[in-house]
Ligand binder design. Structure first.
Ligand code: NAD
Length: 355
């Protein structure tokens, strides 16, 4: 009897700046992983992003969410260009898609690969995951501008934290912690913010009762910032709201070598919605167009994508090849202190694919 594995319909959005460079380095690696494991990977490229905004007035089409739903997963590079207001592109594409598709959590693993230099001493063995709430909090988009243009303008940014959304992020974090070390750190700021974060603390403690296998601690975000640098190995899974998760994951990325090393997955756990997989970094206009962006964050995002679709062997093959390539400093890009180009590092990864 022959079994047929359903093809994977992959949408690819290179986007802006270094986005197209790291995505172009990643797609051949995904294709190699697919070939090596008998997977039919069907890639459709979408031209969404800053250029489309300048051409057509919108970074993505009105039916973008439906286009995404017609695929199994999305690989996204980055959005943002200096000649377009940032919120037009960030909201017009990635934050918009996270909200429209209700992609509840942004999972951001941080893994210190052997051989990769960092600016923080003693990061050997760091391996943690930040689970960031992805649709509400400080990034919900509620607020306005009062007294606009009067000289005493008032910007009002309203943070929204709902029980339903906290609960679903918490359930995902507890399940992940249960599969890992059994330790979960909730990051809030309930000493200074008196409404939303105390609700987080209460709801997450309620969810904890259904997960007696997981040990929960609650840490204030300022203390967590220091602890991430001072004793990162004391941490395993972190659960945070949208803003704190965003900021802490850039800090945590430095433990693994910097922004070029940090992958992420936007997913609705248990939901029938394609995930969007993207490097944590943005379009990096300061280095875009020079061919020196580190492709590892995007490569590892591709591995997360395959893993979430159940193709574990293909995902592991990519991670092992990345790890092997990084052992040799001649493959390091300038952010890691080397002089390799994006394509040099990607080629070294391809050479080391053993599947
Ligand atoms: N999800 C997204 O698309 C996303 C996320 C963050 C920022 N942005 C946008 O990106 C633009 C630039 O933002 P920023 O400068 O604050 O953040 P950034 O992540 O683009 O860059 C921060 C620093 O990290 C470096 N860096 C980033 N990616 C790298 C890589 N792959 N290899 C080597 N070095 C890398 C950059 O050179 C820069 O010094 C802005 O328009 C911002 O809104 C988009």
């Amino acid at each position: 009897m022959t079994t047929t594995v359903a093809p994977v319909r992959l949408a690819v959005i290179p986007g802006d700046g270094v986005g197209p460079e790291v995505v172009a380095a990643t797609v051949p690696v995904l294709q190699r992983a697919a070939e090596g494991t008998g997977l039919d990977l069907q890639v459709t490229e979408l031209d969404w992003g800053g250029e489309r905004f300048l051409r057509e007035g919108a970074a993505m089409p009105a039916d973008a969410a439906d286009v995404v739903r017609a695929h199994d997963a999305v690989l996204f590079g980055a959005v943002g260009r200096p000649d377009v207001p940032d919120d037009e592109l960030v909201w017009g594409l990635i934050i918009g898609l996270r909200q429209q598709l209700d992609l509840a959590v942004n999972v951001r693993p941080v893994h210190a690969f052997p051989g990769v230099p960092t600016r923080v001493v003693d990061t050997d063995g760091v391996d943690l995951v930040i689970v960031r709430e992805n649709t509400e909090g400080e990034y919900v988009g509620a607020g306005g501008l009062a007294h606009a243009g009067t000289g005493h303008d008032i910007g009002i940014e309203v943070a929204v934290h709902s029980r339903r959304v906290i609960e679903r992020a918490a359930r995902h974090a507890f399940e992940l912690a249960g599969r890992r070390s059994g330790r979960l750190s909730l990051v809030t700021k309930s000493n200074a913010m008196r409404h939303g974060y105390p609700l987080w603390d209460r709801v997450v403690r309620e969810v904890a009762e259904q997960h007696p296998d997981v040990e929960l601690e609650v840490v204030l975000v300022d203390a967590m910032a220091a602890r991430l640098v001072q004793s990162p190995r004391s941490l395993d899974v972190l659960l945070a709201g949208n803003l704190f998760g965003d900021i802490l994951s850039d800090l945590a990325a430095v433990l693994a070598g910097g922004m070029g090393m940090a992958p992420s997955a936007n997913v609705l756990p248990g939901g029938d919605v394609p995930g969007i997989y993207e490097p944590v970094h943005g379009s990096a206009p300061d280095i875009a167009g020079r061919g020196v962006a580190n492709p590892v964050a995007c490569l590892l995002s591709g591995a997360l994508l395959l893993e979430d679709l159940g193709h574990t062997v293909a995902a592991t093959g990519i991670r092992q090849a990345v790890s092997a390539a990084l052992l040799d400093p001649t493959h390091h890009t300038p952010d890691l202190g080397g002089s390799a180009t994006t394509t040099d590092l990607a080629a070294a990864v391809l050479d080391r694919m053993e599947i």
